[in-house]
Ligand binder design. Structure first.
Ligand code: FMN
Length: 336
């Protein structure tokens, strides 16, 4: 695998035609524009990304800083769909209009965020226990925005059954797609995805359905693909962060020798490091950001915890670089 030239340009709202549509999942604080565009420079096979959520602010004009991560000039390498977290129709419309003017023809509504400070206020997965409120929100918003809308949802806030009241509402509106992460909000990331209820969603949703959750290797993916033939796309988050070669494996069955993978990953890492160094103010922020990424990166390798801890302990850029070199040169095997 060689460093590649960007193969896609941003065409908001236009999906590239491929057999297996692979999405990069939104992970707030992780899959920002620098990560997305660097990923697209070093790896193929992600078709498009949903960006981490942007919140709305009551009655306020949208400040450029608020949507900075979505600046078209920083998002040319990978098509991106902005995501909105809100329960207010008016605030949603204000933000949607702004995003439309920035060139985003499709936006995504977050119906999945599990964090209590969000969900307890009726946003994210909290919206799923108020089907009437969701209905009103969609009714108002969809009659007034120029963007097309997709949704990313969990099965419920408290119970997987909540989706059975919510999906008929989704079916009433013209949605671009519905991405389902088959867990409840209170589950956070514990337990297995509920594939039975996902199967129900797939059977009952009239929109294209995208599967999301725990895709970490080829075997798992093939099982899901065999079981859910009518899925329109697959969204991958943590599995891709741990193993950025995963989309290539899933799409093309490509396998690359461990040493080559580590060399390539090292170059990707260095590009991220340089770009975050340019963007973030000071070594403290840079180290925090890179250490945050290593929580995921290290999971791509077998028996990597000791080497990762050395990275985590770094207090200066020099120590960090030395620990990363030691990690990459100690001959660890990739998990998949
Ligand atoms: C740190 C973190 C941040 C996340 N931020 C978002 C977000 O902004 N919007 C969203 O819809 N989901 C968010 N998610 C959920 C992921 O998009 C995804 O649904 C979840 O990680 C399951 O997919 P995976 O198993 O492929 O990672 C986040 C998850 C994590 C771990």
């Amino acid at each position: 695998m060689t460093d590649k030239a960007p193969s896609v340009t941003i065409v908001p709202g236009k999906l590239p035609a491929t057999q297996r549509l692979l999405y990069l999942a939104p992970l707030r604080g992780v899959t920002d524009a620098i990560y997305r565009s660097s990923y697209a420079e070093y790896f193929d096979d992600i078709d498009l990304a949903v960006a981490p959520f942007v919140t709305t602010h009551a009655g306020r004009r949208i400040k450029p800083a608020h949507v900075r991560d979505l600046r078209p000039e920083d998002n040319r390498n990978m098509p991106v769909i902005p995501q909105v977290l809100t329960k207010s129709a008016e605030d949603f419309i204000t933000l949607a209009d702004h995003l439309f003017d920035m060139g985003y023809g499709v936006i995504n509504l977050n119906c999945g965020c599990p964090f209590p400070q969000v969900a307890n206020k009726g946003r994210g997965s909290g919206i799923l226990c108020n089907p009437d409120g969701l209905d009103r929100l969609l009714d108002t918003v969809l009659s007034r925005i120029a963007n097309r809308l997709s949704i990313k949802t969990r099965l419920g806030r408290h119970h997987t059954d909540e989706i059975r009241s919510v999906l008929p509402i989704f079916n009433r509106y013209p949605l671009e797609s519905v991405t389902v992460h088959p867990r409840t909000g209170i589950q956070m990331y514990a337990g297995e995805p509920d594939l039975e209820t996902f199967a129900w969603c797939l059977d009952h949703c009239r929109h294209p359905v995208i599967y999301n959750g725990d895709i970490t290797d080829l075997t798992r993916f093939q099982e899901l693909e065999r079981r859910f033939e009518s899925v329109a796309g697959w969204m991958i988050g943590r599995g891709l962060l741990a193993n950025p070669f995963l989309p290539d494996l899933l799409k093309n069955g490509s396998t690359v020798d461990d040493k080559q993978k580590t060399n390539h990953f090292g170059r990707f890492h260095d590009a991220l490091f340089e770009r975050y160094r340019d963007r973030l103010s000071g070594p403290g922020h840079l180290l925090d950001r890179m250490k945050g990424l290593w929580k995921y990166f290290a999971q791509g390798y077998r028996d990597s915890e000791t080497a990762r801890k050395q990275i985590h302990k770094a207090r200066s850029i020099e120590q960090y670089k030395a620990a990363v070199t030691a990690f990459l040169e100690c001959g660890l095997e990739w998990n998949s």
